[in-house]
Ligand binder design. Structure first.
Ligand code: PLP
Length: 450
């Protein structure tokens, strides 16, 4: 059969060479860790694979397990390790700062914190220059929504269906996927139609989807709103790049209703999309507030909210404080991240290798019916698996199988989307063309065996 012919030609690929051999691992076994995990970690903690992966070391775009086996990490710690696992410059900055001053709050002066704030501001357009540091993306989005509410005196926030903004009370309300929400009282958030070019009713017409924002304002609010929050490319939602032109139309509508526009750059920021440093720049808009986390500290817990001096004034009405926000070790990591992105031209690499990988994945789409869509930008790519291309039936069981097979070959990818049928490919930005080929060949091999 055709399937058998395919099987005959696709051979298991070899991982690109890499000049590092980890020392033997002598710690607790995966089974021992698993037993402890079951007893002591929250039962909400889940893992991806049939046999959980026990990672003991990370080096740039690779992870090593307890047997010393190397994996291409195309999930990149969920888009956190933009510079690569344990990048030597970032590690050196962390170690040096830890020895000097491990903690200081913003109650005292410290140049690391202000230097990093200045560096972030220099990367943002317009008057976006006042930084408030947090420890996570959730905290950053909670604060951003609070600022919008304080500034406008309104309570209503609009976010997008299928968006993900965190797991706090307010951010869970803004998140619009039932699988990430608990049934607790949350108010004041309206969810607009998602400008999803693959599954949405208006295809790639961003303007048509934006009309729903106007409808929500007209029929669901008093006519004024506090703000609008969205990702430019939805990450957890399955790498959905908003239809072209959507944000500029939506932002205009929101501004006319007195609201502030919040760009959630937690996943798409820090050069990941390749074409621009920030995801929102791909839509040609300038937000009023930008939130960030993940790649900002190359995996070190850090988040930030950046807004204009005028809007930031609202936080002077009361005391507002965050004990760890802007911790000098984290901000030293942040400074090192910015230097590495510049020095190693990671944005350019994300663009070039990302485009190449997307092309390879599109080639697989031509070959396998199971691939319904390939999308995204730079090092933020999605591959949606469907059992029926016309009906777009999510291939939920198949993706689990392919993902396990990829792991066996030495490739780690993420999985997401509401139906859990989208591969999320978010490698460190130092990912090479050889890594991209290996990933695509491994996917080819795995799909040929379905
Ligand atoms: N916003 C986006 C776009 C995210 O992808 C995430 C996490 O996945 C968050 C916010 C929440 O960030 P954190 O998990 O750091 O709280």
């Amino acid at each position: 059969t055709a399937e058998r012919r395919k099987e005959a030609v696709v051979v298991a690929p070899e991982m690109p060479p890499f000049d590092y051999v980890p020392p033997p691992y002598n710690g607790p076994s995966g089974d021992e860790i698993m037993a402890k995990r079951k007893e002591y970690l929250s039962p909400s903690v889940f893992h991806f694979y049939k046999t959980p992966l026990h990672v003991v070391e990370g080096k740039m775009q690779y992870l090593y397990d307890d047997k010393g086996r190397r994996y291409v990490d195309a999930f990149g710690g969920i888009a956190t390790v933009g510079c690569g696992h344990c990048h030597p410059d970032v590690v050196a900055a962390i170690v040096e700062q830890t020895k000097k001053l491990q903690h200081s709050t913003v109650l005292y002066l410290n140049s690391v914190i202000t230097d990093f704030a200045e560096t972030l501001a220099s990367k943002l357009p317009g008057d976006l220059k006042v930084v408030f540091f947090t420890n996570s993306g959730t905290e950053a989005n909670e604060l951003a929504m609070m600022i919008a509410r304080l500034y406008t005196g309104c309570h209503d926030i609009i976010s997008l269906r299928n968006g993900y903004h965190g797991n706090g009370a307010g951010t869970m309300a803004a998140t619009a996927q039932s699988i990430w929400k608990f049934n607790i009282v949350q108010s004041g958030v309206h969810h607009a139609m998602n400008p999803d070019p693959y599954r949405g009713v208006f295809g790639s017409d961003g303007e048509k989807y934006a009309r729903d924002v106007q409808d929500i304002i007209n029929f669901g609010t008093s006519g004024n709103v506090a703000g609008f929050i969205s990702e430019a490319i939805q990450g957890v939602g399955g790498i959905v790049e908003l239809a072209p032109g959507y944000l500029s139309h939506a932002y205009n509508i929101v501004k006319n209703a007195g609201g502030l526009c919040i760009a959630d750059e937690v996943q798409a920021g820090f050069a990941r999309t390749g074409s621009h440093f920030w995801g929102f720049e791909n839509q040609g808009v300038v937000p009023d507030i930008v939130t960030m986390a993940k790649s900002i500290g190359n995996g070190i817990p850090l988040g930030a909210v950046v807004t204009t001096p005028e809007i930031a004034q609202v936080l002077t009405r009361r005391n507002y404080f965050n004990t760890f926000g802007g911790n000098p070790v984290c901000t030293a990591a942040g400074l090192a991240v910015m230097r590495v992105i510049e020095k190693e031209k990671l944005q350019q690499n994300a663009f070039e290798v990302g485009n190449y990988l997307k092309e390879r994945l599109n080639g697989l789409k031509d070959k396998y019916e199971l691939i319904g869509d390939v999308r995204g930008r730079g090092m933020l790519l999605g591959v949606e698996l469907v059992t029926d291309r016309k009906l777009k039936t999510p291939a939920k069981a198949e993706i689990v199988h392919v993902m396990d097979q990829l792991k066996e070959l030495g490739v780690l990818v993420g999985k997401g989307g509401y139906y859990g049928n989208v591969f999320r490919i978010l490698p460190p930005l130092c990912f090479t063309k050889e890594d991209a080929d290996f990933l695509a060949d491994a996917m080819d091999y795995s799909l040929s065996r379905m």
